[in-house]
Ligand binder design. Structure first.
Ligand code: R2B
Ligand code: URA
Length: 313
């Protein structure tokens, strides 16, 4: 499968060639003396990346800034880092594009909604981890999704991120041409997360394929968008064929997340809670407090994984 990434000659002293290092498959970066990560408002000329981020081992990314702030407070308490009242400042306070929080070896970053938003964030995040000389980093997207044939509140650990035709691929337009990239995720990490689900035994946790779409409404076969050109029967036929293809949930970032982790040598996983069963409806009308509790579930699962790994370090 063509990745669209030029082969990069690795020098012996290049940290990316070391075991577990983050690779940047971009030969042009070697020519850049200073790199300003515009959407983070952080730059190699003004910030000491190895000092600020060199100890990062776990990166959790999710759509909303407030959820990622909650996550860092939760994980800090779970790992016993800092006092419970300790505030975690937004490292990207110089911009309102994304928010970033850190507690010990854990970095928590928001990515907004959809492939373009997460892709921009991941370009800068992967460079940040590389410049910081991080190694053996685990990257997890924690998020929300629509389930297919699952009780709401279930947590899906993604086996494969698939596109709207159920293929495990991500199409990136490069120089006006479509380039197909693989969306393979780390199988061992998904298995470890499944084990965590069994150990926690607090909510339904399953593995399945995750369909990544370009839109929340027509792209996910909803009938309640401003525009809709298909019938309820056609909608159900499509969602049932997705289920037949192994799809258990639908969201909007997993495919590019998987492709970019894989290209830069990061172990990646996607863990999303289902807010509703799409075979039953389209609107998310579950009470706010219930939805809030659902959203803590991927955090608890990943928190358990981090705690297990952290204990080993
Ligand atoms: C899940 O939820 C968001 C849409 O409501 C989107 O970012 C996603 O992947
Ligand atoms: N996020 C999605 O992308 N789809 C849903 O149905 C729910 C959350």
């Amino acid at each position: 499968m063509a990745s669209g990434v030029p082969s990069v000659k690795k020098k012996m002293e290049d940290p990316a060639s070391e075991e577990g290092a983050i690779s940047l498959p971009n030969p042009h970066l070697e020519k850049i003396k200073e790199d300003f990560l515009y959407h983070f408002a952080l730059g190699t000329a003004t910030h000491d990346f190895p000092a600020l981020f060199g100890d990062v081992k776990f990166v959790c990314v999710g759509g909303s800034p407030s959820r990622m702030k909650n996550f860092i407070s939760f994980i800090a308490e779970d790992l016993g880092i800092g006092s419970p009242s300790c505030d975690h400042p937004n490292i990207c306070a110089g911009t309102d594009r994304y928010a970033m929080y850190k507690a010990g070896p854990v970095l928590s970053v928001s990515h907004g909604m959809g492939i373009p938003s997460i892709a921009i964030m991941l370009h800068e995040l992967i460079k940040l981890l590389h410049y910081a000389k991080c190694s053996n980093v685990i990257m997890v997207r924690i998020g929300t999704s629509g389930g297919i044939g699952l009780e709401p509140g279930s947590v899906v650990i993604t086996k494969q991120a698939v596109d709207a035709t159920f293929k495990p691929q991500f199409e990136q337009m490069i120089l006006g041409k479509p380039v197909i990239r693989s969306t393979v995720l780390d199988k061992g990490l998904a298995e470890e997360l499944m084990e965590c689900g069994k150990e926690l035994n607090q909510f339904n946790t399953v593995t399945g394929n995750t369909m990544c779409t370009l839109d929340f409404y027509e792209g996910q076969a909803r009938l309640d968008g401003a525009i809709c050109s298909y019938s309820e029967e056609e909608k159900l036929e499509y969602l049932k064929s997705a289920y037949e293809a192994g799809v258990r949930n639908v969201e909007m970032e997993s495919s590019v997340f998987a492709a970019m982790c894989s290209l830069s040598g990061l172990r990646g996983a996607v863990v999303c809670v289902t807010l509703l069963d799409r075979l039953e409806g389209d609107q998310i009308i579950t009470p706010h407090e219930v939805l809030k509790e659902y959203q803590t579930r991927p955090q608890k699962l990943v928190g358990h994984l981090i705690k297990k790994h952290h204990g080993k370090q």
